[in-house]
Write a new protein. Structure first.
Length: 560
C-alpha cells in the first residue's frame, strides 16, 4: 500500500515553511509531505500523485492562494483525488477582513472545504494539530485504515453479508468487506481453515466466525454477556441521538443504565454525512462521528450497551418495568426511556425490494459511498437527509440525481442545503418525479421514473439508489394500550387525555407516555421536532424528569 501523502500549497514561502515544519515533525513517519509555492507546480504534483504515486489524504492551501485562484485549485485537487480532505490555512488577518472571512465560510457552507486551520505560529502548535489529526482520522475511517478492523468476507454484496456490513457500520465498529473470490477474500478464507463458511467474520485478534449469529456479532461489538442478571435503574431502548443523550446524562448521575438497540449506534443520524447546524461544531460534524463520540462518552460514565438484540415486549411487574428480548431474556429496571426513533419508508416496488443491499439502499450512504466512485447514483427524498446524502455521494459518484416527489425542493429542505446542491456541478434535482420500477441481473441496473403531472415514464440506467422518503416509528412492539397517533407516534405529557386511560392520580410529566414511568424522547414521540439537537435535548430532559417521578430512589442511587 502506498504511503499516504499530505500536500501543502501556498504562495507565501514563510507560511508554507511553517506548515511544512509542523507536518514533517509530527507526521513524517506515517505520511509523505509534499509542498509547492507556485500553483502550476502544485497542480503538477497533484496530477503525478493521481497517476498512482501516492494516496493523498489531505490538501492544505494557504488563504492567499485560495483567494487568488478563487478556490479553483482545491476544486482541481478534489477532481484528481476525490477521497482527499481539503483544508484552508488561515492567517489571523483573514478573519479581520470580512469579505475574506465570508468567502471562507461560504466555501465551507457549499462543501468546497472540509476544514480550516489557523497558520501555525509556535512549535509545536497543538491548535493546528488538533484540527489536522481530526481530519486525518475522518479520512482514515472513510478509507477503512483504522486499527481494530473487523474483516467480513461474503460470496456476494447482498444477503447476510450486507446485514453484517450494515451492523458493524451502525455499531461504530471499523470493518472491511471483500468478496470470497477476491485476492484478499481467498487469503482470509485460507487463514480461517477448511471448515470456514460464508459469510465469514474475522475479528481483530484473528478469530474467525462462520456465518455468525446476532448474539456472536453483539458480543464481538462489545456487548456484556450477563446483562440480564442485573436490575437497572434505567433501560433505554434505542441508541439514536435521544437515547445516547439519555445514556450520557443518566450514567453521569450514577444511574445503572442499559441501552438496547436491535441495530447499532446512531439511528438515522448515521445517514447524515455532515451536520453543519449542530451547536458547537462550526466546521460541521458527521452523524457517524457524533454518534461514536456520544457512545464513547456514555460508556466512560458506565452505561452498558447491547446491540443486535430486539426488544419485543414491555410490561410492568410490581414496582418495576420489564423488557423481553427476542432471545427470551428478561431485563428489569425502575424506569424506561423509549428512544426507538423512526425508520425510512419503503418504496414498495417488488423488483427493487429484491435488490435491497445489491444496489438499492434505504437510508443514507453509511458504508456504500466509496463503492459508487465514478457511477450514476440516484437519491429519492425531499428532506435534509436526502440532500445531505446527495451532497456526500457527489464526492464519489460521476453523477447524482435527486428525485423529489414535491414540486419544489425548497418545501422540505433547509436553505443552506439547497444552496449546496445548486453549487455542486454533478448533482441534478428532478422534482415531481417518483420511482415506479427498475431492476437488474443480481444488481441494480435501471430505474423507471414517472413524472407526476403528465404520467410519462422513462427508463434510466442506475448503479445505485438510496431511498430517504419519510419515516414510521418503531412502536409496533409496544402494548396496544399505549397511546399513539394514527401514524404510530407516541403521545406524551399533555397530549394524553382521559380517553387514553391514564391509570394514576397525578398527571403525566412532559415526556411521559400513557404508561407511568415510561418516557419517550426523540423522533418516536408525537409532534417531536425532527432535529438532532431537539432529540439530544429531549434525551437529557427525560433523565431529569426521572427525579420528579421517583425522587427518593433516584437521589439515593445517584449518591452511591
Amino acid at each position: 500500500m502506498p504511503v499516504p501523502v499530505l500536500v501543502a500549497l501556498d504562495v507565501d514561502p514563510g507560511a508554507l515553511a511553517d506548515v511544512e515544519r509542523q507536518l514533517t515533525q509530527r507526521y513524517e513517519r506515517d505520511y509523505r509531505v509534499e509542498t509547492a509555492v507556485e500553483p502550476e507546480e502544485g497542480l503538477r504534483k497533484l496530477e503525478q500523485l493521481a497517476g498512482g504515486e501516492g494516496d493523498v489524504a489531505l490538501v492544505l492551501v494557504g488563504d492567499t492562494l485560495f483567494h487568488q485562484t478563487g478556490g479553483e485549485l482545491l476544486e482541481r485537487a478534489h477532481r484528481l483525488h476525490p477521497h482527499a480532505k481539503r483544508g484552508l490555512v488561515v492567517r489571523g488577518g483573514a478573519w479581520e477582513h470580512r469579505p475574506s472571512a465570508e468567502a471562507i465560510l461560504d466555501s465551507m457552507a457549499l462543501g468546497r472545504l472540509d476544514c480550516y486551520v489557523p497558520r501555525p505560529v509556535i512549535s509545536p502548535d497543538e491548535v493546528f494539530h488538533q484540527t489536522i489529526s481530526s481530519v486525518l482520522l475522518e479520512w482514515a475511517t472513510e478509507r477503512r485504515l483504522v486499527p481494530q478492523t473487523v474483516h467480513i468476507v461474503g460470496d456476494s454484496w447482498a444477503g447476510r453479508a450486507y446485514e453484517l456490513r450494515e451492523t458493524f457500520a451502525r455499531c461504530a465498529a471499523p470493518h472491511t468487506f471483500c468478496l470470497a473470490d477476491s485476492e484478499e477474500g481467498r487469503e482470509l478464507l485460507a487463514q480461517a481453515g477448511p471448515e470456514a463458511q460464508l459469510p465469514l467474520m474475522v475479528l481483530p485478534d484473528g478469530t474467525a466466525l462462520s456465518d455468525p449469529s446476532n448474539a456472536e456479532i453483539a458480543e464481538a461489538a462489545g456487548a456484556p454477556t450477563d446483562f440480564e442478571k442485573c436490575v437497572y435503574d434505567l433501560i433505554i431502548v434505542g441508541s439514536g441521538p435521544a437515547g445516547l443523550s439519555a445514556a450520557v446524562y443518566a450514567a453521569s448521575e450514577g444511574l445503572r443504565t442499559l441501552v438496547v438497540d436491535e441495530g447499532g449506534i446512531g439511528g438515522q443520524i448515521r445517514s447524515s454525512s455532515l451536520i453543519r447546524n449542530y451547536l458547537g461544531f462550526p466546521r460541521g460534524v458527521s452523524g457517524a462521528r457524533l454518534a461514536e463520540q456520544a457512545h464513547e462518552q456514555a460508556s466512560i460514565f458506565g452505561a452498558s450497551f447491547v446491540f443486535m438484540h430486539r426488544v419485543e415486549e414491555l410490561t410492568r411487574s410490581g414496582d418495576r418495568l420489564e423488557i423481553v428480548l427476542s432471545d427470551g431474556r428478561r431485563v428489569a429496571a425502575g424506569a424506561v426511556i423509549l428512544a426507538t426513533g423512526a425508520a425510512y419508508r419503503r418504496l414498495g416496488v417488488p423488483s427493487l425490494e429484491a435488490l435491497t443491499g445489491a444496489g438499492v439502499f434505504y437510508g443514507g450512504p453509511v458504508s456504500e459511498a466509496h463503492a459508487v466512485t465514478g457511477e450514476d447514483v440516484y437519491v429519492v427524498g425531499g428532506g435534509n437527509s436526502a440532500g445531505q446524502a446527495a451532497r456526500h455521494l457527489a464526492r464519489y459518484a460521476r453523477r447524482v440525481t435527486l428525485l423529489v416527489r414535491a414540486g419544489s425542493v425548497e418545501a422540505g429542505m433547509s436553505h443552506y442545503l439547497v444552496r449546496e446542491l445548486e453549487a455542486t456541478p454533478n448533482v441534478e434535482v428532478h422534482t415531481d418525479t417518483t420511482v415506479v420500477g427498475g431492476g437488474g441481473e443480481g444488481y441494480l441496473e435501471e430505474l423507471v421514473l414517472r413524472e407526476g403531472s403528465t404520467g410519462d415514464e422513462r427508463t434510466v440506467g442506475a448503479d445505485a439508489l438510496f431511498a430517504l422518503i419519510g419515516a414510521h416509528p418503531h412502536t409496533d412492539w409496544l402494548p396496544e394500550s399505549m397511546a399513539r397517533d394514527r401514524h404510530g407516534f407516541l403521545y406524551t405529557g399533555d397530549d394524553i387525555t382521559e380517553e387514553h386511560g391514564w391509570p394514576i392520580e397525578r398527571r403525566p410529566v412532559v415526556l411521559e407516555t400513557s404508561m407511568p414511568g415510561v418516557l419517550a424522547a426523540g423522533d418516536v414521540r408525537h409532534a417531536s421536532v425532527k432535529r438532532v439537537a431537539a432529540a439530544v435535548g429531549e434525551g437529557s430532559t427525560a433523565v431529569q424528569l426521572l427525579h420528579t417521578l421517583r425522587p427518593g430512589r433516584v437521589e439515593a442511587v445517584a449518591g452511591r
